[in-house]
Design a protein around this ligand. Sequence first.
Ligand SMILES: Cc1ncc(COP(=O)(O)O)c(C=O)c1O
Ligand SMILES: N[C@@H](CCCC[NH3+])C(=O)O
Length: 463
Amino acid sequence: MSRSAHPAGPRHADVLPEGHYTAPPADLNVLDPKVWAGSVTRDEDGAVRVGGVDVREVAREHGTPAYVMDEDDFRARARAWREAFGEGADVFYAGKAFLSKAVVRWLHEEGLNLDVCSAGELATALAAGMPAERIAFHGNNKSLGEIERAVTAGVGRIVLDSFQEIVRVAHVAQAHGVRQKVLVRVTVGVEAHTHEFIATAHEDQKFGLPLAGGQAAEGVRRALGLDGLELVGIHSHIGSQIFDMAGFEVAARRVVGLLAEIRDEHGVELPEIDLGGGLGIAYTSEDDPQGPHEIAKALGEIVARECEGAGLAAPRISVEPGRAIVGPTAFTLYEVGTLKPLDGLRTYVSVDGGMSDNIRTALYDAEYSVSLVSRASDAEPMLARVVGKHCESGDILVRDAFLPADLAPGDLIAVPATGAYCRSMASNYNHVLRPPVLAVRNGETRVIVRRETEEDLLRLDVG
Ligand SMILES: Cc1ncc(COP(=O)(O)O)c(C=O)c1O
Ligand SMILES: N[C@@H](CCCC[NH3+])C(=O)O
C-alpha cells in the first residue's frame, strides 16, 4: 500500500482546538505500560508484538477488527486478586466484563469464582465446567426461568435484589426441596465518583434495597423468615471505574453497621459480606488506578476495625472485580481506512470497526488511548479523532489522541484496555459482524471467540 503523507491538520499547541487531551507525548512510538497489556513490546522493525506474536501476523491471519487478549496477563491479574485477598476471602470475577468458555477455564484454574447475571452467562459458565457452587447469580430483575435455572444448577449463592425476588427465590428453592444460600443486595447511599450510568450505590437508581429508610433491614427480616432461603450475607456494589477508595470504605462501614443491627434485632451474625467490584483501570496515561493489594488492605482493615468496634466476629469478605482483571489484558486491532484532515480542527481517522465493538465512548464519554502498531514512525504528532464505520456522528472510538502525521490507509492501529465491556457490549448495528477474540500466548494465537459471519446473522432471521 502506498503511504503518502497526508495534510495533517493542526499539529501545534497554539492552534489546537478544545478537546480531551494533553500535550502530545515526547515519542509516539513508546507504548505506555500503564495502558498496554503485560507483554506488549515494539520490535526493532517498529511493529508491535504481544504474547510473542507480531500484530501484522494477527491481522493477516485473522483479519481486523479483532480483540487481542494476552492470556498470561489475564491469568496473572486473576492470581494477583486471589493472592491479595488470601484464604479468608473469595474473589468472584464479574462475567459481565467479558465472558467466554476459555476465560471461565482460566478462572477455574487460577482458583477464582464467577459472578453471572443472566441465564446466558450461567450457561457459558456451566458449559466451560465452572462448578455451580462457585457461581454467584446476580441481577435486578431475574426471570422466574433464570431463578429456576440457577437453583436447579445448584449455584453457590443468589444475590437478592428486591422484595419480590426474596419471595420468588424462596418459592423456587422450596419447590425443589433445597435451601438456597442468598445475600441481600443493599444500596449504601454512596455517590461513587464515576459516570452517572455506572454508579450504583446512590439512592435514586434501580439496584438493591436502600439502607436509608429501612428497606434493606426489612429485606433481611423477610429473607430470614423464609424456609427456602439461607441468608449468608449482605452485598454492596457501589459502581464501576472508581479510583477513590473512600467510597468502598464508607460502603464497608455501612454494611458492617447493618450486620450489627441484624445481630441486635435477630440474634444472628451473618458470616459474609460481598463488597462488589468497581475498581478502575488506566485507559490513558493520566489515570492512576489502585491495585488489588491496596483495595484488599483497605477493605480488610476497615472491616476488621468496624467489626471489632461492634463486637462482631469478622465476616468472610468477597469481591467481584471485572474490569480490573480483564480490562487491561486486551486491545482492539483496527485497520485504518479513510483519513479526513479538517482545517483548524483535527484529522478524522476512520477504522474498520466502531461503536459496534466499543460502545463505551458513545455511552459514557469514555476516554481511550491509541497507537500506530504495524510500524514505528518519526513523523510529527497529528491530533486525531478515531471513528468507526457506522451511520452515526457519535460513532467515536477515541475522541482526541495524537497519531503520527504520516498515518495512512492500511496502517494498523490499536486501542488498548478494551478487554472489559467491549466484546461483552458489542452489537450488530448496521449488520456489522462482531470481531473475534484472539488469545495470544508463547508466540501462538488461539481464537477463543470466532468472528461472526453473515451466516450467523442470517441464521436468526427466519422470516
Ligand atoms: C454486582 C456487580 N458486581 C461486580 C461488577 C463488576 O464491576 P467492575 O467491572 O467495575 O469491577 C458489577 C458491574 O459494575 C456489578 O454490577
Ligand atoms: N458497562 C460499564 C460498567 C457497568 C458494569 C456493570 N454493573 C462500563 O463499560 O464501564
